[in-house]
Write a protein of this length. Structure first.
Length: 306
């Protein structure tokens, strides 16, 4: 966990301290200034300490609708598996997020998830108890599941919506999930698909049992149109993401994915629209020199790439 010394250095603008925090998955937010950044990390430490104190005293802790137990903590060795993935891909390694084995109610298909809150930046993981003894369960991989959620925790300060799932699914070992996994960007997408599917099912039942003259074609068309919309949007998103990464390779080489990981949705879209090395160089040169996030990006990946 972060200590007062490194936070004081970060507040003073010490670049080495900011780089060290970045390496630990404590990325500076989109337009975050140093005071706000340090206050966020202080909240993280305070909230985590409160949870640990409660666990020591009571043996259990309530996080919204989930009760976690002290003796069901995920070992650090298990987190290290996922950290290897995030380090290789995005150049960060998180070891400060507490995690616990738990099977929530109605959890037959539940693999795991992260609870994280902004701006307090309190975070914890829960994964099903099956992963205590084995690395895989049904379609889930423990390593992939944790790496996926670690990406969300690291990028919480960027408040991303468009490319968030795209970054997280790049940790997958499945080429199919890398491409298709990020189709659903929000709960609204899932609910709309379920809604159009159940509307079709309901219309089919109504037609079969009560109203044989009911036209079923409009309900099929609604579902098809929504699926087509998702497919077109995903293709455009993947194309934009790929162009942005390729453009960064001019300046960052193999660190292009790590650099892209630290950009906002708007910046990724701008970068994807550029053409040629000169245009990319000019865009990078135009980033604010005094912005803490861009100071870290330049130090780690542009001026002296790791």
């Amino acid at each position: 966990m972060v200590n007062d010394k490194i936070l004081d250095r970060a507040r003073a603008g010490d670049l080495a301290a900011l780089v060290e925090l970045d390496k630990n998955g404590l990325l500076v937010g989109a337009d975050e200034q140093l005071d706000a950044y340090v206050e966020r990390l202080q909240s993280l430490r305070k909230n985590t300490e409160e949870m640990e104190n409660t666990l020591r005293a009571d043996g259990v802790y309530q996080a919204e609708d989930v009760t976690i137990e002290r003796d069901k903590r995920i070992p650090q060795a298990t987190f290290a598996e996922a950290s290897d993935t995030t380090e290789a891909l995005y150049r960060f390694s998180i070891d400060w997020v507490p995690g616990f084995f738990i099977n929530p109610s109605f959890s037959f298909l539940f693999g795991g998830c992260a609870y994280y809150f902004h701006p307090d930046f309190f975070a914890l993981f829960i994964i099903r108890e099956s992963f205590r003894e084995r690395e895989r369960w049904l379609i889930y991989s423990r390593r992939e599941l944790l790496a996926h959620e670690l990406c969300h925790v690291a990028r919480i300060g960027l408040e991303s919506e468009i490319f968030e799932e795209t970054f997280a699914y790049q940790t997958s070992q499945s080429g199919f999930r890398k491409v298709v996994g990020s189709v659903f960007r929000s709960q609204a997408d899932s609910f709309l698909l379920l809604g159009s599917t159940f509307l079709l099912l309901g219309a089919q039942v109504l037609r079969t049992l009560y109203w044989s003259a009911l036209w079923i074609e409009p309900f099929w068309a609604l579902l098809f149109c929504f699926l087509l919309y998702l497919a077109i949007r995903q293709r455009q998103l993947r194309s934009q993401f790929r162009r942005a990464r390729q453009n960064l390779e001019f300046a960052c080489g193999q660190n292009a994915p790590a650099t892209l990981f630290r950009l906002t949705d708007e910046e990724i879209a701008q970068l994807a629209g550029l053409s040629g090395r000169d245009a990319v160089s000019a865009w990078l040169d135009g980033r604010p020199e005094d912005a803490p996030r861009w100071r870290v990006i330049r130090e780690r990946f542009l001026n002296s790439p790791e």
